[in-house]
Design a protein around this ligand. Structure first.
Ligand code: PBG
Length: 324
């Protein structure tokens, strides 16, 4: 039955009615806030490439985590900036890495918060690649041991979830085996399963000092035009024991989020990455659009596509917007 019996605009006449009939909701429960942990004490340095984000020493990360928990956000994702880098990225698992210090302090300050840690070597290797080099190429199998040592180190410090983002083959299985063998059967794995080689990571690489010193990441991160490969990556990671899978980036990959949601029943995360965040920030700063509306519209789109939760630098602002 069409017009004039049917009038679609009837259900748009007031905000109350629009609220009643909408089928997608965005809540604090859907948000994860990334934190960048650096060495030192009382450090809270603004990150120039990521408006509103800071390099935080472990004590400051704990304070920030308390504020995040108070804002009703369920989880943080930790990245570390090590004091020293070498070819193996050994500072990721030797000594007492800053990420591990931060985990312990966050757990004290905000025990109700889930702590997720990024597991990847790029911020720890002097060449800036996500795995170890052999003959100038990123070698898959020798990288697995380093990554699983890093994941174990985080689990020992109390991480609830480890999140490998390196895109080596087999890392979920390796990490699962090592965690289980060491008694961390309940530490979950959130796999960056389909992580595409993307220009949108630009601001993050500045923030994490993790840009590759030569070449690019196209031999391990996915090709953006390969949708079917993304489905295979997800399938393999689930087989290897991933508890949660991820699509990254989010905005330019909403179709991937939608397809994964249709095909698989595991929880699905989406990473709204640094470049996607800064595009909105930069446009809002220029007065080209309303930053808050663009934020809510974007995060809602990622939910509508099928993500269960979103890792986003907007998490705090989005939670604030929900108060109003
Ligand atoms: C580490 C890693 C990256 C991001 C998350 N983990 C950068 C990269 O792959 O170069 C990007 C996150 C963002 O852009 O917000 N491998």
């Amino acid at each position: 039955m069409g017009f004039p019996i049917t009038r679609m605009r009837r259900l748009r006449t007031s905000e109350a009615i629009r609220r009643l009939v909408r089928d997608t909701s965005l809540s604090r429960d859907d948000l994860v806030y990334p934190l960048f942990v650096c060495p030192g004490n009382s450090v809270r340095e603004p990150i120039t490439s990521l408006t509103g984000c800071f390099h935080l020493s472990p004590d400051e990360a704990a304070k920030e985590a308390r504020a995040i928990a108070d804002a009703g956000i369920p989880a943080v994702l930790l990245f570390g900036l090590p004091e020293r880098k070498d070819a193996e990225g050994s500072s990721a698992w030797t000594g007492d890495p800053v990420v591990c210090q931060a985990i312990r302090q966050i757990k004290k300050a905000a025990p109700e918060l889930a702590v997720i840690t990024d597991v990847c070597l790029c911020a720890y290797t002097d060449h800036g690649h996500c795995g170890l080099l052999q003959n100038g190429r990123v070698d898959n199998d020798s990288s697995l041991e380093a990554l699983s040592k890093m994941a174990l180190c985080h689990a020992r410090a109390g991480a609830d979830i480890v999140a490998p983002s390196d895109m080596m083959d087999g890392r979920v299985l390796w990490i699962r085996r090592v965690l289980d063998a060491e008694g961390f059967k309940d530490t979950a794995i959130l796999s960056y399963s389909a992580k595409f080689a993307s220009a949108f990571y630009g601001p993050f690489r500045d923030a994490a000092c993790s840009a590759p010193s030569f070449g690019d990441r196209r031999s391990y991160q996915m090709d953006s035009a390969s949708a079917r490969q993304a489905m295979r990556e997800i399938e393999l990671d689930i087989e290897e024991g991933a508890d949660i899978v991820m699509i990254k980036p989010a905005m330019a990959y909403l179709d991937m989020i939608h397809q994964v949601r249709q095909r698989f029943d595991v929880p699905l995360a989406a990473y709204h990455v640094s470049g996607e965040y800064m595009m909105i920030k930069a446009a809002a700063e220029k007065g080209l659009l309303d930053g808050r509306q663009a934020m809510i519209e974007t995060l809602t789109a990622i939910k509508r596509a099928g993500a269960d939760f979103i890792i986003t630098y907007f998490a705090k602002e989005a939670a604030e917007a929900m108060d109003q």
